[in-house]
Write a new protein. Structure first.
Length: 426
């Protein structure tokens, strides 16, 4: 069997299937195993085509770059988030973990299987196999480390960024320890849930003996298959969510609002970003009994169009000074959009809906918003913004914050280097 094209380009998964004379994934796995077909190609484990046209079609995002993917990347359909606790005692073991994770993540984002040991029948395969035959699905993997990462265990304390602060307690917080904290946060997003799950599962396996899962959360938004491509997705309250986000194609704006700058310090965080995550439970049963008028007053926007109250178009600026015939503000003073709107505290939201079955105690849905935001500064952006919302927002009648974590997300890694190298070796 030919192993590679001249020039070293590996054969595509489709070509390999043709050469193997099998037509389906079941056959491929059942008769020879993916590793068996690909063994000896020198590119063992290519899950899908590598030619650039195919890469574009199959949705492959580069893992390496100045910034980590998954921040200004257009949101994919699914999220698998995992918070890990480290179980090692030496800093060197932590850097080894990030080396291994970087190597695996580059493969996962390229749609390849992880590891090298996938074809020996006498050994457990390195890759768990459920993404064999699936394309990269625009997978992005974003790594961050939390304040606890810098405690006394590894000696990283002096390298802790001043900007990586613990969040204060916000009024109304009802945080549960099972959805809070963790030394390391890993955000995997992809246009396929099985592909995203596969990435988290394999990163977890690679971490064995070094880190354990503390909590996980899956999230979703409508898929391209459901239609409305390009439109702002709706949250589970039925409202378009994301309209007021800053323009991620505006590099100057992103440098001002999202990317940590060298001048912010420390040097290893330049081109990174701070991530805030909040698991926010929605009281959907109560919401569903409220009138459309009340719902729209809660957000300060129309439900169907997403336009500010009194206006027609989704992207019309919020008329914060407009008064109705009764002399009252058209956008109520307690409306979420009014209170969240700010020139100086702008953040980039990248949230997903979640549904985690039934709350057995209440018989109500455990569903809500897994809120994720990126910002250059937690202290200047997320914290004052959330403090204002927690105190005044009409939306608080319908939501409870039950989980919380913050992470300093590393800058991206150049090919040949690994995520966090500037911190570990700097
Ligand atoms: C601390 C920040 C924020 C939290 C927490 C938050 C929770 C939350 N938001 C919605 C739904 C909507 N939010 C909308 C706008 C909006 N929200 C925030 C911040 C937080 N939201 C900001 C910065 C903005 C943009 C304000 C602006 O400048 O216009 C909207 C309106 C549409 C939009 O702009 O996206 C909706 C809808 C829920 C359901 C929720 C918690 C469960
Ligand atoms: Fe919001």
């Amino acid at each position: 069997m030919h192993k590679e094209r001249e020039g070293g380009t590996p054969f595509s998964r489709r070509e390999v299937l043709k050469m193997a004379g099998v037509g389906g994934l079941g056959l491929l796995l059942g008769s020879v195993g993916a590793g068996g077909v690909l063994a000896g190609t020198g590119k063992l484990g290519s899950r899908s085509d590598t030619a650039s046209a195919d890469a574009a079609r199959s949705g492959r995002l580069p893992f390496y770059g100045t910034h980590q993917a998954g921040i200004v990347t257009p949101p994919q359909n699914f999220l698998c988030f995992a918070a890990f606790d480290l179980t090692v005692t030496r800093g060197e073991e932590v850097s080894q973990l990030f080396k291994a994770w970087t190597e695996a993540s580059a493969k996962l984002c390229a749609g390849e299987t992880v590891g090298t040991q996938n074809s020996q029948t006498g050994l457990p395969p390195d890759d768990t196999g459920e993404a064999v035959g699936l394309n990269p699905s625009n997978t992005s993997i974003t790594f961050g480390i939390s304040p606890s990462f810098f405690d006394e265990r590894f000696g990283f304390g002096p390298k802790r960024p001043a900007g990586l602060v613990d969040l204060p307690r916000f009024p109304g917080d009802n945080l549960r320890s099972e959805w809070c904290g963790g030394d390391i946060g890993v955000q995997v997003c992809a246009d396929d849930l099985q592909v995203a799950f596969h990435a988290i599962r394999n990163l977890t396996r690679i971490a064995r003996g070094k880190a354990v899962l503390r909590w996980t959360q899956e999230g979703f938004q409508r898929t391209a298959a459901a239609g409305a491509p390009g439109e702002t997705p709706r949250n589970l309250m039925g409202f378009k969510d994301g309209t007021g986000n800053p323009d991620v194609t505006d590099e100057k704006l992103m440098s001002d609002l999202i990317w940590t700058q060298a001048s912010d310090g420390p040097a290893w965080m330049a081109n990174g970003s701070y991530m805030a995550v909040r698991r926010i439970r929605l009281r959907l049963e109560v919401w569903d009994r409220s009138t459309l008028g009340d719902q729209e007053a809660t957000f300060g926007r129309h439900r169907d169009s997403g336009a500010p109250l009194g206006l027609k178009n989704e992207f019309d600026p919020l008329p914060l000074d407009a008064k109705g015939a009764d002399g009252k503000a058209v956008i109520p003073m307690t409306a979420h959009a009014r209170l969240a709107h700010s020139e100086t505290e702008r953040i980039l939201r990248r949230s997903y809906s979640y549904s985690s079955g039934l709350d057995r105690q209440t018989g109500q849905l455990d569903a809500g918003l897994f809120f994720v935001s990126y910002q250059r500064s937690l202290e200047k952006q997320f914290i004052p913004l959330q403090m204002r919302l927690a105190k005044q927002d009409k939306l608080n009648e319908y939501i409870t914050h039950v989980g919380s974590a913050v992470f300093a997300c590393f800058p991206g890694a150049k090919e040949g280097r690994y995520i966090g190298q500037e911190l570990f070796e700097g």
